[in-house]
Design a protein around this ligand. Sequence first.
Ligand code: FAD
Length: 475
Amino acid sequence: MAATVVYWFRQDLRLADNPALLKAVALGSVLPIYILDDETAGCWKMGGASRWWLHQSLTELDRSLYGRLNVYRGRAEELLPQIVEKIAATAVCWNRCYEPWRIERDSIIKTRLTELGCPVYSNNGSLLWEPWQVLKKQGGPYKVFTPYYRKGCLSQPPPRAPLAAPAELELADPDDNCLSLAELGLLDGYPWHDKLTTCWSPGEVGGWRRLTAFLEQGLAGYREGRDFPAREHVSKLSPSLHFGELSPHQVWHAATAGALRQNLADDLDHFHSELAWREFSYYLLYHFPHLPDANFQPKFDRFPWQSEREPLSAWQQGLTGYPIVDAGMRELWQTGFMHNRVRMIVASFLVKNQLQHWHDGERWFWDCLLDADLASNSASWQWVAGCGADAAPYFRIFNPVSQGQRFDADGRYVRRFVPELARLPDRYLHSPWEAPASVLTQAGVVLGENYPQPFVDLKASRQRALDAYAAVKSV
Ligand code: FAD
């Protein structure tokens, strides 16, 4: 009888450049499985937007496996040994994950399966450099991005070339105990579907399409253009990278080839370094597993965060009265995505001008972002809040008016997501309260009625934030 090997898809929902899948294929016929393990994830179970993406991505993956993907819901720790025993599997293969709860769970599973006589093979399918390979000369992990990347990563062997999809994939008979995709219930209770379907194409093929379009139209000018939310200079590949529809190796090498063709050394260097920020986030999460829960700099434990809920609610709904902040929060709600520059602006506004805890923003992003990622989300929130590793200094408080005027000067971004301000002239678009009454009337804007008055005073809230910081900085 041919050996049957379980291949466990996790954050690698693709067939190409999948080292653990190639290993499984080399060992026998493959039972491909996916387990929705909300129980073990606990408070880090996937949010609503991620669930929508996952549903679509699994549908695509199942299609490329000829409808033979086996899906389950429950504790992987219990389910995997049951599956292995039922089909008498001779091995289990997976690509490694780096979230602390997954590392703990996977090591328990590995031990249990090994005791059952079923070896586990794990590979690196989602990071360019393993976190434990990049260490400072004197030992210990880097805490600052530039030396981590320039000295640490770039002195390692370069990212390996992507691997082809298995030439032949012999699939084992399906397990009659598995669920249908609909039974996973990923779409239950979330009113996202229609609006997201119009802007995204999850899955391996959709990811490649987006990557190709970015290399053809977005990479030239990326270095400068990536800061302007209305320009098409970012890849929007973060959900595909998060779910592993594309590997970072594929993206890294495709960008290198695309840049060579177009002579774009600077843009490429910058794009590679953004991929490296993703690596750095995973690196920090691996070496500092409390990153999602605790301030990286403990002195911030004493920071006087405000607890009233009204500012948080105004921010969530995009009703702060600051157009670039509101545009960002509405982009998030309508599309499941937000441009990186705007993520920094809205996050700074929440934690500094509104003095709300970065956890509140982190949780909202977790639920609403299609690319919600424990490593990048928590590292980035801590970075903006000033309490992270290599963080933006606390006194760097983004001014949403000047940020809007600089990065959305012609107002294309704000007009798209805050249509009630669309008829305001550019001059007042980012500060409508400064517009003369006649200009507001002509544009159909009634502040306090169809668009809010500013929720906080910028100058006073900035000073309040600096005073609060002064109280903790000497600790
Ligand atoms: P591109 O500019 O095209 O970059 C290519 C890839 O590089 C991205 O897809 C992403 O994987 C990676 N990347 C780029 N910038 C960063 C960065 N600053 N940090 C980490 N990786 C980066 N990113 C997530 O993937 N998931 C999150 O949950 C997340 N939460 C964030 C929260 C806040 C408050 C902030 C300020 C940033 C957050 N980011 C997060 C990082 C960044 O905003 C997104 O990765 C980026 O906007 C994705 O857009 P893109 O694919 O067009 O990026």
